[in-house]
Design a protein around this ligand. Structure first.
Ligand SMILES: Cc1cc2nc3c(=O)[nH]c(=O)nc-3n(C[C@H](O)[C@H](O)[C@H](O)COP(=O)(O)OP(=O)(O)OC[C@H]3O[C@@H](n4cnc5c(N)ncnc54)[C@H](O)[C@@H]3O)c2cc1C
Length: 245
């Protein structure tokens, strides 16, 4: 994190850049995490009204993924904000990580939804599409194996994130539990999207069906809110006690 905040009188002055920020050009307020110079580079959160002098946001164009959402680059050059815009409870990397934990948990459920949409589409298609000897492709063992894999993994993913939710409700959830759910469920959903695309044959690449949209969107979901590999390392650090970042 290179964005920095400097205390000047009763104000903070922010400098830095953020890339790949969802809704950056349409937001009225940005939540900016920055290292505070006078506090030993402690990470703190700031509310920044986007019409303040020195704040600039530009959209990132050409995404093949999550095309319905605006993604932007932010630039902050000597943006002055009152000290009251500091998030008072924030202090250290644990604060943004706490936000990420909430979002990652939600993503673990969302991925199940995307996988179910792909599975449902593939199942209906396989029952209707007739090929060799006028048999529905659902009657073939290899197609059934794909459908079985999907319903099996979807069910396991649901149970995993349900258990994480129970731990959360009981106040016992740990970051590695959330990493396991995000990592597994997004991977599982991507595999379901690929298998479903395959079952639809050429039609699988057409926008008449939702599968390619889910497939392309899930590629972003694999990367944001902690990449698949970083979640692997979080779990690895938890089980070995050794950080491999
Ligand atoms: C559509 C979209 C919307 C987004 N919205 C937001 C947003 O609103 N706010 C926000 O803050 N961010 C947002 N992001 C950014 C997202 O959080 C980052 O892209 C993500 O954290 C990965 O960072 P990076 O792109 O710099 O990849 P990198 O960090 O460069 O990673 C590239 C590859 O290297 C691997 N890698 C990196 N470091 C290590 C390591 N130490 N050990 C092993 N492997 C490593 C990664 O796992 C990955 O495979 C968004 C991204 C997308 C695609």
């Amino acid at each position: 994190m290179r964005t920095r905040a400097r205390k000047v009188g009763k104000e903070y002055v922010l400098n830095g850049e953020k890339m790949w920020i969802t809704s950056g050009t349409i937001a009225d307020v940005a939540v900016i995490w920055a290292k505070v110079e006078d506090e030993g580079d402690k990470v703190r959160g700031f509310l920044v009204e986007t019409d303040r002098p020195g704040f600039k946001a530009d959209d990132i164009h050409g995404k093949w993924s999550l095309r319905a959402s605006v993604t932007s680059g932010l630039s902050l050059q000597d943006v002055r904000i009152p000290e009251s815009n500091l998030l008072p409870g924030s202090g250290g990397l644990k604060s943004p990580l706490m936000c990420l934990n909430q979002a990652r948990y939600g993503i673990a459920w969302g991925a199940v939804g995307a996988a179910m949409a792909c599975y449902d589409c593939a199942l209906q298609y396989a029952l209707l599409r007739k090929q060799w000897r006028d048999q529905p492709i659902a009657s073939h063992q290899l197609v059934q194996e794909k459908l079985t894999w999907m319903i099996n993994e979807i069910t396991k993913a649901q149970l995993l994130v349900l258990q994480v939710g129970r731990l959360k409700d009981a106040g016992k959830v740990q970051p590695q539990h959330i990493s396991m759910a995000k990592r597994n469920n997004v991977w599982m959903a991507l595999e379901c999207a690929r298998l479903s695309r395959d079952i639809l044959g050429a039609n699988g690449v057409a926008d008449d069906y939702p599968i390619m949209r889910h497939l392309m969107n899930l590629e972003s979901v694999k990367t944001y809110e902690g990449t698949h590999d970083i979640h692997t390392l979080i779990i690895g650090a938890s089980v070995t006690g050794i950080e491999a970042f």
